[in-house]
Design a protein around this ligand. Sequence first.
Ligand code: MSP
Length: 557
Amino acid sequence: MSETSPPFYITTPIYYVNDKPHLGHVYTTMVADVIARYHRLRGDDVFFLTGVDEHAAKVADEAVKRGLSPQEWADQNAAAFRDVFGRLEMTNDDFVRTSEDRHKSKVTEYVRALLDCGDVYPGEYEGWYDAGQEEYVTESKAKEYDYKSPVNGKPLVRKKEKNYFFKLSAYRDQLLKYYEQHPQFVQPDARRNEIVNRIKEAQDVPISRTGMASSSGGGGGGWGIPMPGDPDQTIYVWIDALFNYLTYVDTPDRRKYWQAGAVHLIAKDILWFHASIWPAILMALKKCPGFDNWHDGQPLAMPTQIYCHSYWVSESGEKMSKSLGNFLDPAAIDNYVNEFGLDALRYFLATRGPLGVSDSAFSPDLFIEVYNNELANTFGNSCSRVTNMIGKYFDGHVPEEGPPVNGIGLVGATARTASGEIDGEGFYPYQRYLEVLDLNGLGQNALTVVRGVDKSIEITEPFKRAKQDGKLPEVGTILYNCNEGLRVASLLIWPFIPDAVELFWQRIGCDYAEQMKASGGRGKLDEWVEWGPDSGGLKPGTRIEKGDALFPRYQVK
Ligand code: MSP
């Protein structure tokens, strides 16, 4: 590993294992996967974490209904999540299961530290409880939603319990100041504003539960992590879960990832926990002995960003969810993969998903349109067109660049705009999109190069010149540039459609996949996108192979 590879840490929520995975879970992990692959491609030392959240009362409740122990039911569903993520070729570096000892022992250590430091104290709590979400709802929110769950509409329950509390109210000012000094901490902006207002009235929060664990009161048989020093109480599942981001990298060789500043990808349903309780807990923890000097003489770091996306909704506008039963389950996801290929599903979800503040409807018609327009007719078609012409006019070998041809400069120009260094300080245009997690922007950025290739072919008409005497050197110029353009585009689009791109690389004689494999998954994007035979671009004479369409056009049946 190169000493200079900057560490980059990205996480997803850990998903409840009361039931099988669905498209919403797949989505967040897929987005994180594309981002992780982009960072690896440019050479960063990436750690990508996803996994499951097991100690929820609803996991224990479901287990009881099925005559299983909570652990048995959690095992089955954790395996289903692992399986679907594996089949979708997610490149997570570890998989969280909160019932593992390596997690539980660390959570116990953190909570004990908070108790010793005085930021966790015993008390009594009464309020409106949303059993489906495993969280208390504020009086004003309960009233606003007519004492029903704002998420699933089921009646809220009035609940009173003896608990341990975290002194959230003591961190209001510090949090608000942190938000002011780090305007990118919660993104998009609209989400940050919601949270800032709520933080101003934040009260202390219970972080333990009694008689775990079933939402109807007891019977879970010790499911959860016991409160240190008070075995009648378990650590509230939300606190247990949030800590996963830290427990899984709290080892000597992984702490650098945490210190680099985690990017937490979540959806809007769980923003409050991530944007208020989590940073406040970290602020409290980093004052405690050991955490004030946690790694390389530095105190425990704060995350860099909480990025909050919106929901996939059905075409009628309802949130896709388990409780509403309208989600795409693993079998439906498999159908898409079988029909269109995994790359197509990745590309569609990542570029057309609800990354911003609006929800996205999952529309099969839109899926087909995006597949045909962008993958089949643009990237796939351009690749076949150019490699076929090289086959036909140059016997399958990259031609020399001949005399200048009017209209071909467009290819290099679009490629430089999409990939080239623009400010002399190592800032590359794709980075603009990557930094703000604009995945559609990243995808379209790659496609502009392909569109430049198509446009140039239209203008320069290599197929006509090839039939004219003495014009073959000009055709060489055209096809050399077009092939270079597609090589650059393929690099920029690889994180979305790795399988098709790797096949294309094989055909045009590029060994980027092998190079990445040999260096622990890391690439050299900024070097590889450099243009021309003198800087690592395609060398004339390289063998180019033809092959089947990368994305066959889909005919609506
Ligand atoms: N276990 C908690 C999270 C703890 S994180 C420390 C939880 N689990 S969950 O199973 O309900 O998953 C919620 C997450 O799943 C959302 O934040 C989002 O990432 C994803 N999604 C669930 N449904 C979704 C949609 N309909 N659309 C998009 N993402 C969705 O909350």
